[in-house]
Design a protein. Sequence first.
Length: 315
Amino acid sequence: MYSDIMSDNFIQNTNEDDKELKTGMVAIIGRPSAGKSTFLNTACQEEVSIVSPIPQTTRNAIKGIVNTSFGQLIFIDTPGYHDSDKKLNLRLKNVTETQLEDIDCVLYVLDSTRVPGNEEIHTAQLIKKHANKTVIAINKIDSKESKIQPIRRFIKDTLPQIPQERIFEMSAQKDIGINEVLKALYDIAPIAPPMYSEDDYTDQDLAFRIAEAIRGEAINRLADELPHAVYVDIADVEKRNEGKKLWVRAFLCVERESQKGIVIGKGATKIKEIRAASLKKLNRIFIYKVELDLQVKVDKNWRQRDYTLNKLIPQ
């Protein structure tokens, strides 16, 4: 889909005969819940990545594609950079660090409602050697909790090599300042032909998109540690009625029997609620009429097992 996000000021005075199109791979880096996934969805105008108030919901490097008259930006939404020695968290950190290799641009997103701490320092250090191709977006400026000046002082102290003209304030949720961030990324991106069709907004395969949609609805309805103990296993996907219907059988997988009961809920109320919300989202995303058989099963201690982690988060 051709992005309509650009304002008239952004696309005016552009002539396809007078300029060469740009194509850039952009890694989105930031702490958990900084707003990386919200930015990606707003820029693509599609639900590409899970958005949740629960930190560390992104587990994979998810691509979202923005097509404009300036060319194509391929965004990679990475897991929030988080200090932890747990096996799953180490795997997520590796996903983030790997995406910075051979990238054209980096978008560093900071949450203006949180005071920078050790995690922010470590995140800034991660991109320091990529400063020449980094754009910074100070997010959530629409919030009453926003404190922009401390964030700007942090950036000046930790990343002084990034010029002021590449530091922006935005609200990814309210679509404020997105155009300016995109302009700056296009300035850095190399001249190159597009990698994807202008109708594409992601390269995710069908099963992955279904699994992420279901997981997103599940984690927003589960409390405490449970959201991080859940993954979705897509057992079957069938196109029926000459491709008009999509039948899906999926499992919400948890680590322990006690968690299974919580996810199912009394009288199966919780799993019914998750299924209904997942169906609503899937039918909004896809052109097919989706039918969903959703069940719960136990995959004991999956966050500590390399087999499952390799399946969910390939190295």
